[in-house]
Design a protein around this ligand. Structure first.
Ligand SMILES: Nc1ncnc2c1ncn2[C@@H]1O[C@H](COP(=O)(O)OP(=O)(O)OP(=O)(O)O)[C@@H](O)[C@H]1O
Length: 309
């Protein structure tokens, strides 16, 4: 009996516990507890240098785990690297594409290495929307097409889990949309669980079911996208401009008014709160020029979460 084999339908496909990592003594990951459930599109979000690539490299066994644990499919990457790798596909460093070969020929090369069946080539070409590229050589492909061909290669052996490191980096807006659509399609149609890193929240927001936010090697948030949005709602602000902002600040102190980025703001508590604020100001002869909920989008929340840490 292999006690390393602890998979059940509830087992997360990825689970790290207290994963930490140092480069030359410098901590770059601290106590990362990442959890990716089957069926998820997990957006692994963080500014440049946050530690995303390092985490993904540890998951793939490309870096040796120094501290903590990384389990995929319930198995420890240190002791079960090969069986784990057989079940996942990844795009972390660009695979070598053969520029003088077509998409199909490139796939044929890798199909032989992976031992996948021939019919799979047509299936992945369809999946990544490169079936119509015919005799066109890979070197003539746009960056987005090359990226999709790389993903097609990662899909040849029908992985249950796909690990993508910043797959839209360097792509033009069209390429970004195509890659995003592909990720969603794979998840929907093939049931592939996907972890995709990015430093752009707006992008993650458009495709992820779950989000992990990492900053300076620490996980600052992990949860579903609705949970993240809920957090953002709690942080909504009401922006205010009046004929006497100093006076308004004094009058609304009990409402939590403050100056933020040059604006007068206070916590947005709904319609009743707006009415109350307007009444207080007007009753004290302060003219109201502007009273509006700030478009405090997720991007702002991301900045809030990752600032001051
Ligand atoms: N091989 C290495 N040797 C030393 N330091 C490294 C090495 N690889 C990464 N680092 C450092 O570790 C930190 C995390 O880097 P990492 O590449 O994991 O971040 P990231 O979130 O993927 O950012 P990016 O999007 O810029 O790649 C950075 O400070 C980086 O300089």
């Amino acid at each position: 009996m292999d006690y390393n084999q602890t998979e059940s339908p509830m087992t997360p496909l990825i689970e790290t516990t207290h994963l930490s990592h140092r480069f030359a003594g410098q901590p770059v990951l601290q106590d990362i507890n990442l959890r990716v459930e089957p069926g998820a599109i997990y957006g692994f979000l963080g500014p440049n240098g946050a530690g995303k690539t390092t985490t993904l490299r540890l998951l793939l066994g490309l870096l040796q785990v120094q501290q903590g644990e990384a389990r995929l499919f319930g198995q420890d990457i240190r002791t079960s690297r090969l069986p784990i790798l057989k079940r996942l596909g990844s795009l972390i460093e660009q695979p070598s594409l053969y520029g003088h070969l077509t998409a199909r020929e490139n796939l044929e090369v890798y199909r032989r290495i992976y031992g996948a069946d021939k019919a799979r080539i047509d299936a992945v070409l369809q999946l990544v929307d490169l079936a119509g590229t015919g005799k066109k050589k890979a070197k003539q492909f746009s960056l987005g097409m090359k990226q999709r061909l790389s993903i097609a290669i990662a899909l040849l052996h029908r992985p249950e889990l796909l690990i993508l490191d910043e797959p839209t980096n360097g792509l033009d807006p069209n390429g970004i949309i195509e890659t995003r659509e592909l990720i969603r399609r794979l998840n929907r149609e093939e049931g592939t669980t996907i972890i995709v890193s990015s430093h752009i929240l707006a992008e993650v927001e458009k495709m992820a079911s779950h989000v992990g936010i990492i900053h300076k090697g620490k996980m600052l948030f992990q949860g579903t996208l609705p949970e993240l949005k809920h957090m953002q709602q709690g942080k909504s602000l009401l922006q205010l401009d009046t004929s006497d902002n100093e006076g308004a600040l004094r009058l609304l102190q009990s409402e939590g008014a403050e100056r933020k980025n040059g604006h007068l703001v206070l916590p947005f508590t709904g319609k009743d709160g707006v009415g109350r604020v307007a009444r207080v100001l007007v009753q004290n002869n302060v003219d109201v020029y502007l009273l509006q909920p700030q478009q405090n989008d997720l991007e702002q929340l991301f900045i809030d979460i990752t600032s001051g840490n």
